[in-house]
Design a protein around this ligand. Sequence first.
Ligand code: ZN
Length: 298
Amino acid sequence: MLRNFTLPGSAHFYNAGGKSLVQCTVDLIGKIFRMQSINCLVMILVDTHCHLYLPEFDHDRAAMLDRAKRKGVARFFLPNIDSTVVDQMLAMESALPGACFPMMGLHPCSVKENYQAELQVIEDWLAKRKFAAIGEIGLDFYWDKTFTESQYEAFNRQMEWGLQYNLPVVIHSREAMRECVDTVKPFAARGLKGIFHCFGDSVELANEITAIGFYLGIGGVITYKKSGVAEMVKDVPLEYIVLETDAPYLSPVPFRGKRNESSYITYVAEAIAAAKQVTVEEVAAITTSNALKIFGQV
Ligand SMILES: [Zn+2]
């Protein structure tokens, strides 16, 4: 969808890394879409959390990325899960440098008997090259509580690496939000930054998270009426929100239950705009600026 990009409010308000948002937008379009001349600008969106390297996209990955590009999705941040997907993730970065940015981390659901060996793989990769973030990491008590202690150990060690390498962390939490926030707080006090991905908890927890300088990743769940996410988002400043799909999971309405993909992020942006009574362009501008600030990519 091509449309005029209108900057809401005063330009100096939305500023990423010293550059105005307009400049960032133009830079992004130039870099990602390699346009020589810009006659009309697209709304720029960033998918801060998508697993586009998974086999669900093997049959139509190029077409899927093209659909996302047409909707203005300029950057895709790819969270790692465990050692089994690293090669596919890095292959996407090689195919689309400047658009796909891999993270490195061990997902809490992959913390099993072999978690020490898995953490060693993560540590080796971090020492070897640059990643956009440490992720996704965290606590998940929904499926299995057998490895609770190991999940805490893996989470803490990986947040140490976030500080060591000066990288943000991308946090997965399920049935464990209180525990996650409490575990993150001492690291935040030492300067750690990051995103609570797929945030769907209370306004009170949202306020605790933003108070320690962390951001909230909002995805398709906002379109599920019973989730309460739209109501929560009303009371959270846009300056602390980033957009994500978590593709191929958690498709927004009207695709709920089907495979998710990055082009559907517009449904998330529109739901946030509706909840907050602002324009979708404003949601795009501010959340994109936030994403650029977190990941340090301009
Ligand atoms: Zn994820």
